[in-house]
Design a protein around this ligand. Structure first.
Ligand code: F2R
Ligand code: MG
Ligand code: MG
Length: 349
């Protein structure tokens, strides 16, 4: 479909769920040979899988809360979103949440809490979390808002409910911007795509809080921009090994070590690649490649899935894969509701 079509909206949300569900198999594994990845993905084609459904984790659970909050409130409402996170966690605490964020989710459940941003600010001795939990649920902000300034503002605030360190919430801003650009068709020109992301993030990371957090954590002055420049370098290389990608970009639980990595996975898999089946389309290549990096596979595949899905659209996602994943049907339906909200914002100017 054309820019911001329903197919792209569905692709973004469904492929994000898919990445979480198929990536869960390898989360935390140091080495994941491509053979194992392909075996896992081939298993999804098996008609006799019966009730062997792949369950989603915190990535999708929190994304669903973001979607429902944005839809119900027809925009961003921090108290509503925080309440949904807390309720979801209290009902299903076993979705594999980060070790630190559960403290925030418990505090957000308190009816006497006045400032919903306070529990996140108390994390890690007041430094806040730099985990990728804000980024993994950032895609819906790009589907609910069309102006980049709104996407940046609300993806940041949505992430700050749990991640008050700029290295956490700016990962969410970067992920939301990447989905936004992809939705507009910007991946047709991959070099322009990465350059636009760099120039947006130069502005985002120029803020005092970001510069101060980067200093305290001994990171370069513009940490996400620095990684995006590495993505650009890797794009220009003919042969890139998985080891080099992990070494230069990371595959870990920090937003800085996973959001640029997810973006690279999408860019790298725009073309056929050695080691990946020839019959795979770009969406399938992106999934397989994200899993083969090991580390935080559910989250990297979830974020890469959202960006790739917004580019290729829903028809690029094999039906057999969709049927295996808990939450894929819900994502398919809610994408339509978000698309309606998006179209309304277009007519309202
Ligand atoms: N938690 C996991 N995976 C671990 C294994 C789960 C297993 N499958 C199971 O079921 O038990 N995955 C999920 O967590 C990631 C998102 O985490 P989030 O929401 O960012 O959490 P948190 O706790 O805020 O941060 C994660 C860890 O990062 C380190 N960290 C963060 N900020 C820090 C700081 N300022 N100083 C020091 N360390 C910091 C801590 O180790 C945090 O626990 C996703 O992968 C999701 O899938
Ligand atoms: Mg997870
Ligand atoms: Mg994860």
């Amino acid at each position: 479909g054309g820019p911001a079509s329903l197919s792209r909206f569905r692709g973004a949300l469904v492929a994000s769920v898919l990445g979480d569900c198929v990536g869960g198999e390898f989360e935390g594994a140091e080495e994941v040979p491509m053979d194992r990845v392909l075996q896992h993905l081939n298993g999804l084609e098996d008609d006799n899988r019966g009730d062997c459904i792949l369950q989603y984790s915190d990535d999708t659970a929190m994304t669903q809360c973001v979607v429902e909050s944005l839809l119900t409130r027809a925009g961003f409402d921090e108290r509503d979103m925080a309440a949904r996170f807390a309720l979801e966690y209290s009902h299903f605490p076993g979705r594999g949440y980060g070790a630190g964020v559960v403290q925030v989710l418990k505090k957000l459940a308190s009816p006497t809490l006045n400032d919903v941003y306070q529990p996140a600010q108390a994390q890690f001795s007041g430094r806040g979390s730099f985990g990728n939990g804000g980024a993994m649920r950032a895609a819906p902000f790009a589907l609910a808002f069309r102006k980049p300034d709104d996407i940046k503002k609300f993806s940041r605030l949505g992430a700050m409910l749990t991640h008050s360190c700029s290295l956490g919430y700016n990962g969410a801003v970067l992920q939301a911007l990447a989905v936004h650009l992809s939705l507009q068709g910007a991946l047709e020109k991959p070099h322009d795509f990465i350059s636009k992301l760099i120039s947006e993030m130069e502005e985002v990371e120029g803020e005092d809080a970001a510069r101060s957090d980067a200093r305290v954590l001994n990171e370069p002055e513009f940490p996400f921009c620095e990684r995006l420049y590495k993505v650009k370098d890797l794009m220009e290389q003919n042969n890139v090994s998985i080891e080099e990608v992990i070494f230069k970009l990371g595959n870990g639980i920090a937003a800085l070590h996973s959001v640029p990595t997810a973006i690279f996975c999408v860019l790298h898999c725009l073309e056929p690649r050695e080691g990946l089946p020839e019959h795979y389309g770009g969406l399938e290549r992106t999934m397989a490649y994200s899993l083969a990096l090991g580390g935080d596979t559910d989250t990297i595949a979830c974020m890469a899935g959202a960006i790739a899905g917004a580019h290729y659209g829903i028809d690029a996602i094999p039906q057999t894969w969709q049927r295996c994943c808990e939450g894929a049907e819900v994502a398919y339906d809610t994408a339509q509701r978000l698309h309606t909200l998006y179209l309304q914002s277009l007519t309202e100017g």
